[in-house]
Write a new protein. Structure first.
Length: 71
């Protein structure tokens, strides 16, 4: 998954992004709460084909590594 694909998942789940999406931003800095993370996790897990454990402290880069199974 790329940053652009991740951005589309955020948009699909009505997460508004102020400015550009940066790989160093944390999930918490995107203004998401735990419910948002749960909803986005479902979409990301479908894409990844495996379970993901995401937190508010994960950076976008961390999330993409988990989705792409690079951890």
């Amino acid at each position: 998954m790329s940053v652009n694909e991740f951005s589309e998942v955020l948009k699909k789940n009505s997460v508004q992004i102020d400015g550009s999406l940066n790989e160093n931003l944390t999930v918490g800095e995107l203004g998401m709460d735990s419910f948002d993370i749960m909803m986005i996790s479902f979409d990301l897990e479908t894409h990844a084909g495996h379970e993901l454990k995401l937190s508010l402290n994960d950076t976008i880069c961390d999330v993409l590594r988990k989705v792409n199974n690079e951890v």
